[in-house]
Design a protein around this ligand. Structure first.
Ligand code: M6R
Length: 602
């Protein structure tokens, strides 16, 4: 999704902007642009496609001395991905970059057009810069004009604006889309995510909704409802290496291999001999809670769905799971006895964030499971369990999913013990299995090789069905999502027992069935479901610790003593399979077409 960077200082502005935008590339984009004002000179460059194109366009440009600069990577919402629609958008003497959606832009545009304002693009963003300049033309000073402008906007926005009318300042505003201000003690940086400034800035202030202001050399003014706000800066990590590929072909591949290590981080200090301990949670947090409702999107929704089996089976607590975009508009009945959990890798997913706001408005206790500290979802939740996966760059989520599952499993055991739903010896067994998870998640070279070889047989066909039962049904959904995201092949996840109620009609030798067949959960039932498909000549790739003769292809797994260990092992297999198929098809694994890492629009 769109990314924003801004810089105010003496250094080479073009380089800082393009470097920052590069760090946001993983979020997905289809065009990019920068605008730089140094002295009297205000220049801009835009290009469709990769940042390389922008770099080439701006290669002869250098700016000297103090100046202000803004940059943007755009993921098209209103208007095609063209150079004209790329940000920054300009008026006669100002430039703006914007993330989010201005919902009332049509009305504003029509009004301004009647006043003779000429629009160049099809975007909602362009209205911002024209509103600002129109206010100046009506006699306002730039500060008043900016406040007037953002006061007119409805919807979600993170905005940076520079103008010849106030050439040494960057104006900013945030409402519903993330924006932060960072500093190295000297210069000021802006970004939609701290990834863009880590390594350059030392600390950051994460703006709250409704905050706006301006920055100039040595001065930062932040306001909320016209009152000055004191910014409390937080230290940023300095470790940029974390975000690099370290010899792997793709970030996704690196992140699959990292899962063993990050899951150990997730468990650190939380998995104790006597049970699960969460430093972040007060014991009383769960007082009065009778059931759980989880809202999430995409992969995070799949982890929620998988966890719902565990919450009910192990912790004996009712658990309902909803896709956030559905939840928002179904007029859900909410009870104050419900713990409302949101799960999000980024912490910025618009639908999940809005669902959380609804739950808060109804007075529910809220808990988020999130990978990004200080993200919007974390800041809004009553409590948070961080997944500690580290920065995830691949658009196709892998280690975030693994760590979400681990946090959820831990939460299940925590609640099971607190509610007296689990016997001591069973808890002991669960913890023992949990401690084995990092080992299970280690990628064996031989497994990767085997999947690489197998993948050449799965590049065509008229579709993939990933099937599983129980916990392994959400894993089937996740396996199918991984494949379709990066291979662009059609794949569906399905509950294996449901195939005979319709989808089996598709079965023939060109239908690829990826069967998740754990030995610890409903093995015999699953076996019969796969036999039914095999009898109709579907091509079967079975993933199981039990040898299965009728499968066309077979990947043998090693850990069968606990469903979650089988889950993690099979998860790695499905991730590698998607990766290898995508590589063979020549796709951009880390930045699949049409997708964005952080979906900050609904
Ligand atoms: O950041 P979130 O976990 O809230 O994101 C939710 C989905 O957009 C995300 O999981 C998406 O489905 C990924 N591309 C999956 O690989």
């Amino acid at each position: 999704m769109c990314g924003i960077v801004g810089y105010l200082g003496e250094k080479e502005k073009k380089e800082i902007l393009i470097e920052g935008l590069g760090e946001l590339e993983y979020r997905g984009y289809d065009s990019a642009g920068i605008a730089v004002m140094a002295g009297e000179e205000l220049r801009h460059f835009k290009a469709v496609g990769k940042l390389e194109n922008l770099k080439r366009k701006a290669e002869n440009f250098e700016s000297e001395g103090y100046g202000v600069a803004i940059g943007h990577t755009r993921w098209a919402t209103h208007g095609k991905p063209t150079e004209l629609n790329a940000h920054p958008h300009s008026g006669a003497f100002s430039y703006v970059v914007h993330n989010g959606i201005i919902e009332n832009y049509q009305q504003i545009r029509e009004r301004l057009e009647k006043e003779g304002v000429n629009f160049l693009s099809q975007t909602d963003t362009e209205t911002i810069v024209h509103l600002f300049e129109y206010a100046i033309k009506r006699g306002m000073d730039p500060h008043e004009a900016f406040v007037e402008t953002i006061g007119e906007l409805e919807g979600a926005f993170a905005i940076l604006l520079i103008s010849r009318a106030e050439p040494e300042k960057i104006f900013f505003a945030k409402n519903g889309s993330p924006l932060l201000i960072a500093t190295d003690g000297e210069d000021i940086y802006f970004a939609s995510s701290d990834t863009a400034v880590i390594g350059r800035a030392k600390e950051a202030y994460y703006l709250e909704d409704g905050e706006y202001g301006w920055a100039e050399r040595g001065r930062l003014a932040i306001f909320r409802e016209k009152e000055m706000v004191e910014a409390h800066f937080k230290n940023l990590p300095s470790d940029k290496a974390m975000a690099r590929k370290e010899g792997y072909r793709f970030f996704m591949e690196k992140e699959i291999y990292e899962q063993s290590r990050v899951i150990a981080d997730t468990m650190l200090g939380r998995v104790l001999d006597e049970g699960i301990f969460f430093e972040e949670l007060e014991e009383s947090f769960f007082d009065g809670i009778e059931n759980i409702e989880i809202c999430a999107c995409g992969t995070s929704y799949h982890s929620a769905l998988a966890a719902s089996y565990l919450f009910e089976r192990v912790a004996k607590i009712e658990c309902r799971v909803e896709i956030a975009s559905e939840f928002r508009y179904k007029e859900p009945l909410l009870s104050k006895r419900t713990l409302f959990i949101t799960i999000s890798q980024s912490g910025e997913t618009a639908d999940t964030l809005e669902a959380l706001k609804m739950a808060k408005k109804s007075g529910l206790k809220t808990l988020s499971i999130c990978n990004v500290d200080n993200s919007s979802i974390v800041r809004l939740s009553d409590a948070t369990l961080l997944t500690r996966a580290g920065i995830e760059k691949g658009v196709a989520s892998t280690k975030a999913f693994a760590t979400q599952m681990m946090v959820l499993w831990m939460l299940v055991l925590y609640l099971a013990k607190r509610r007296g739903a689990i016997e001591a010896c069973r808890l002991e067994e669960e913890l023992e299995a949990m401690r084995k998870a990092p080992k299970v998640l280690m990628v064996a070279e031989s497994l990767h090789q085997r999947i690489h070889r197998l993948s050449k047989r799965y590049l065509h066909g008229h579709g993939f069905f990933y099937i599983g039962r129980d916990l392994f049904y959400p894993l089937a959904l996740e396996g199918a999502l991984k494949l379709k995201e990066i291979s662009y092949l059609h794949a569906e996840g399905y509950p294996a027992g449901e195939m005979k109620h319709g989808p089996i009609a598709l079965a023939d030798s060109e239908l690829f069935t990826i069967a998740l067949m754990p030995s610890s959960v409903l093995y015999e039932k699953m076996r019969s479901n796969v036999e039914e498909l095999s009898a109709r000549d579907a091509t079967i790739l079975a993933i199981s610790p039990e040898r299965f003769d009728i499968a066309d292809d077979f990947i043998e797994t090693r850990y069968s003593e606990h469903p979650m260990l089988e889950f993690f092992e099979m998860m790695v297999v499905t991730q590698l399979l998607a990766l290898e198929i995508s590589v063979r098809l020549g796709n951009d694994v880390d930045m699949p077409r049409n997708l964005a890492k952080s979906v900050t629009v609904e």
